[in-house]
Structures are given as C-alpha cells and as structure tokens.
Design a protein around this ligand. Structure first.
Ligand SMILES: [Zn+2]
Length: 394
C-alpha cells in the first residue's frame, strides 16, 4: 500500500538558518523550488525542516522506501503578537508564523514534532562546572566498596576488568543486577570499558538464566545521573533478565514480523537504508549509527547491529560525541533478542538535558500522547557524530 508523503513540495525553507545545518548532500534538482539553499561551495545543507524537499529530490525507489516507513508533514502555526509584548529590540515577529514538522514512523507509530524555531538553534550544550564537584563529593559511598557494601546475587558476582555485578537491593524485577563501574566517575566511553560492561552483562544473563530457565529476555540499560533516573552518582548500569519481554522489545518484535509479512523485507535493514538515503547514518564497523528520524527526545542516537560484539565501537562513538557536545545525563538501552536466538540489537541513547535544570524534559506529550516534542535536528546530530570520533581532541 503506497501513500504519498504529505508536505512534499511545500515551502519548507528556513531562510538563513539553513546555513547552521551540517549535512552536505549533493542535489541535482532546482533547489530554490524546494525551499532549499546551497552554501558558497554549491553544496546543499539540509535540516529537519527541509526534509520534504530532501525526500522529493531523491530517486523514486529511495523515495518509495522512505514513504513506506515515514510520513512527513509540514504545517504552519500562526499567532498575533500584541503591541504590549513588543519592547525594545524584541518584537517576537519570528513567532508569528512557525513551521512544525511532524514525522511518524508508519511501522512502529513513533512520532516526533520538530518546530523550526527550536530546530534551527545549534545543538544545546550545557556547561556546569558544579557537576565535577558533585561527582568528587560523592566518592566513598557503597558503590566505591561494592564487595562489602552491596548485595550479591545467589549465584555470586560477575567480575570484569572495569566493572562487577551486584544484586539490586530493591529489584525492579526478579532478576535484576547493577553493573558497578570500578571507576567512581559516571562518564565513560572508552571502547575497552564498554566492551567489558557488555561482556559482564552477558555473562550475568547466562548465570541468571541458569537460576531461572524460564527467564530469557535480557534488557541492558544505563541511566547516567539523576536527570536519567539514577539515584547514585557512582558510575553504574543495569541488567535484567525477564520471563516475558518488556513492552518495547515486544513492540519491535511485532513490528519486524508484521513488516516481513507485508513487505517481504527486514524492517531494521530498511530503516537503515531509508536513513542512509537521507544522509542520516554513519557506519561504525559492523554496526550502523542512525540519527533517528523519530527520536523520543533530544539528540537520540540509534545503533543497529547484528551482534553484541560489534556494538562497543559504535557506543563509544556515540558517547564520545555526547561528551564533546557537553551532554551531562543520558539514558542508554539495548533491545535484544531472547537468549539463544539471533536477530538485530537496537541500542538507543538519549540526552536528558541540563543537570541544573529544575524542569523535566519529559511532559504530558511524551508520557501520554506518545508524540515527542524535540528541539535537536537529526541532521546536525549526524554531523556531530561524523566530526567527533573518539580520536578527536576534547
Ligand atoms: Zn564511588
């Protein structure tokens, strides 16, 4: 069933703001008609607000694949600024007509609203020297002495070079461990440390499965600092092994199965391909990093891989980019097939904002409408990922 992408051909230019945008994409079409501007080198600079124009100029097969996976609409919100709001050099005229881009993933129904006024801004960075002080002040807690001050699972602990497991004192689910970093520092992105973390998590899953053979659905997550839900500053991630899959894992599984049935094709491979056509991917060994087009919140990175072994370089790449961008708090989660099965792993990492802010980044839209309001532009994110390899100077 083929449906038209809404909004294609709309005026979607964002004026000079397009010059902020990172991605450079060759185009042979008359860009003026699509609202797209070029830079002095003749390259096209794309933003999420120019997405319909980008899709319109792609070859037909690429456009068909994107249309199969996403709807993209651009609509204009209008308002009147009363004279009383205008003062000095601020007249708010830029708010009088604002373009809203809505992207919906047709397969999973994930959807995101981008407002051109927000998306045009450079990627947010946060500078709070107080974080380093908070981290230092929290040294010496239970996670600094895990062998004596944290509980062990009945089957013992798994000890790696850079982390070890503890049973979670108040468990989310019946098999739930904490992966405590040997470093106190909650920020790590070095490949060998990420690899160790995943190896220890995998080994723990094997032992937990022996304890309860009915449990076979692993879930690895890392809530980095309090904006992301962590209650302890000392670096730690978590691993669970469930009898029934958690919702996100099951939703993805059903989406993949339904897509295979309807289109005879692999959803996640097609998702990679569609993002590739739009210049929103970066290959990292055998994994692919996507600046996902329907992010759940700011700067969301998706990594699709066929195995755990090829994940560490890509996670390192994403987290080192976050470090360069000044991201202070993030959630990372790995959706994976049940133990003993093969299939893609989907890793998602999202920025949770400024640790000093008192307002939450998640509100009623994200919790209950299921459609997220996002400021960061995926085109700028992918460019940041390309620029900030682990070898880049900090
Ligand atoms: Zn500590």
């Amino acid at each position: 069933m083929e449906r038209r992408t809404e909004g294609v051909g709309n005026t979607c230019g964002a004026g000079n703001s397009l010059e902020y945008c990172g991605i450079i994409h060759p185009s042979s079409l008359a860009k003026e008609s699509l609202g797209i501007k070029g830079n002095s080198a003749g390259m096209t600079l794309w933003t999420v607000t120019s997405l319909p124009g980008l899709i319109a100029q792609l070859p037909s097969p690429s456009r068909s694949l994107i249309d199969r996976l996403f709807t993209v609409s651009v609509r204009e919100g209008e308002l009147d600024i009363p004279p009383g709001m205008k003062s000095g050099d601020r007249d708010f005229h830029e708010f009088e007509r604002q373009q809203i881009v809505r992207v919906t993933n047709r397969i999973t129904l994930e959807s995101t609203l981008f407002n051109e006024l927000r998306a045009q801004r450079p990627l947010d960075t946060y500078a709070d020297p107080g974080i380093a002080i908070d981290i230092e002040k929290s040294r010496g807690g239970a996670f600094c002495h895990p062998l004596t001050q944290t509980p062990a699972d009945r089957f013992g602990r798994v000890e790696g070079t850079y982390c070890l497991t503890a049973a979670n004192l108040a468990k989310y689910d019946h098999l739930h461990a904490v992966l405590i970093f040997r470093d106190h520092d909650p920020y790590l992105w070095e490949e060998e440390k990420i690899r160790d973390l995943l190896d220890v998590a995998h080994h723990w899953c094997t032992l937990a499965h022996h304890q309860d053979p009915a449990a076979r659905y692993p879930f690895i997550m890392w809530n980095c600092l309090w904006r992301a839900g962590a209650s302890i500053i000392h670096g730690h991630a978590q691993v669970l092994l469930a009898v029934e899959p958690y919702r996100a894992v099951e939703v993805l599984h059903r989406a993949v199965a339904a897509y295979q049935m309807e289109h005879g094709s692999d959803y996640l491979e097609d998702l990679i391909l569609a993002h590739q056509h739009m210049g929103l991917t970066e290959r990292c060994g055998d994994a692919t990093i996507l600046a996902y087009l329907t992010p759940i919140k700011e700067k969301e990175v998706m990594i699709i891989s066929r195995s755990m072994e090829c994940l560490p370089p890509a996670i390192t790449r994403a987290l080192s980019t976050y470090h360069h961008l000044g991201v202070q708090s993030f959630n990372l989660a790995i959706l994976m097939p049940p133990l003993g099965s093969t299939g893609h792993l989907v890793t998602r990492i999202v920025d949770r904002g400024d640790l000093a802010s008192r307002s939450s980044d998640i509100g009623g839209m994200e919790l209950y409408s299921g459609t997220s309001v996002v400021s960061s532009d995926p085109f700028r994110l992918i460019e940041a990922i390309r620029q900030h390899s682990p070898a880049s100077p900090s």
